[in-house]
Write a protein that binds this ligand. Sequence first.
Ligand code: NAD
Length: 421
Amino acid sequence: MIPEQTTVAPTEQRGHGLFTTGSPVTSWTVRTALPVDYRVRFAPRLLAPDNPALATAGLPAGPGRQRRKRLLLVVEARVHELYGERIHAYCEAQRLDWSCCILLAHERVKTMESVFQVVEQLDRFGLARRGEPVIAIGGGVLTDIVGLACSLYRRSTPFVRVPTTLIGLVDAGVGAKTGVNYGRQKNRLGSYHPAVETLLDPSFLATLDTRHLSNGLAEILKIALIKDRRLFETLDLHGERLLAERFRTPGGTAGEGGTGAEVLARAVHGMLQELQPNLWEKELERAMDYGHSFSPTLEMRALPELLHGEAVCVDMALTTVLARRRGLLDAAQCARILSLMRRLGLPIHHRLLEPGLLSDALADTVRHRDGRQRLPLPVGIGSGCFVDDLTAHELALASADLKEIADPTTTTATATAREAA
Ligand SMILES: NC(=O)c1ccc[n+]([C@@H]2O[C@H](COP(=O)([O-])OP(=O)(O)OC[C@H]3O[C@@H](n4cnc5c(N)ncnc54)[C@H](O)[C@@H]3O)[C@@H](O)[C@H]2O)c1
């Protein structure tokens, strides 16, 4: 603590004997550092009864690492339908005193009400303050809700994430953020509260439907486009197969060896490389915001039509065309990117992508980025830059271009009708 009145006490007494001599100190600056470390790791066969990974997750590491005795799980409803029996059998096999709270979690119930439901369960369980990290098993919505509940509960309660969707595995499960929607605003209420440990078991992808796999591929594509050309090339070559095979290698389980494992590991690594130096987002020029400039507004206005990754992909398609118009990409690169998006089962346009929505979205993003656009755009494939000079006119032109590319027949029909009139 640094007293701001430097004339108060003799130098040797500063910070110690504040009341010894002279007039009292009336102004202070408190500075402290909070070291943060959390663990993200692949943990295959997580629900195998003899695997201690889940039973010890989030507890202090080292030779004396103890198994926990009590365990509170919060499991997303659909995940519970699919994996509940195995989860319960695991807890029994590990001889845990466990309790399981089942939570319905999707974008429209990603609200404080759901956070309060979790808080109610934490209270009912009588959770110890530090030593009993809560385990959240589910997609990005569930882990965001539980993360926020834990960050609020007693001002900070540890939790463990077990993501079960592709977005969860490569994005929602690995960063520091939690959050819920408020009104029409996406993730408007939230906190920075990383899980003490995240266990990544890609075998959960075996039951995920194709649309949600495509949804997760959008976030992987984001990393590829803005910082990892090799990842893009891999997706371009193998993306459709990974989608069809649910990231499984022939004869293996999802994410074990082969291209699927490489793609997942590169995506998680790329994401963490970007997040780690800027965990609290003091720096607002963030490469990982690529695809997240217009998509929050689009996603919320299109609810429940567009999934998160789909809205992100529409945003990336728009900014790809913007980059092309600025000469940051050539025509072949632009076509290649849009073609890959389609082959991954992702939309590149949406009917709500009109000038009104785009200018609202940009205004909100400028507020979110503290008064400047700080808009990430791709430069070629695999790198990017930030711009601050995007105009509404330029956006409208890019969106019209994209509309035509996405559905040339509609645009041509509209143009023909206009000409006929
Ligand atoms: N905190 C972050 O840093 C961060 C990052 C990216 C995204 N997010 C958030 O993540 C959310 C999107 O996450 P999501 O795509 O996982 O959506 P989600 O949590 O809604 O899950 C998608 C669907 O998959 C089902 N499901 C989950 N696991 C399954 C499985 N193994 N098998 C079959 N079905 C399964 C769920 O029931 C749900 O219907 C958004 O709200 C977004 O804001 C957060």
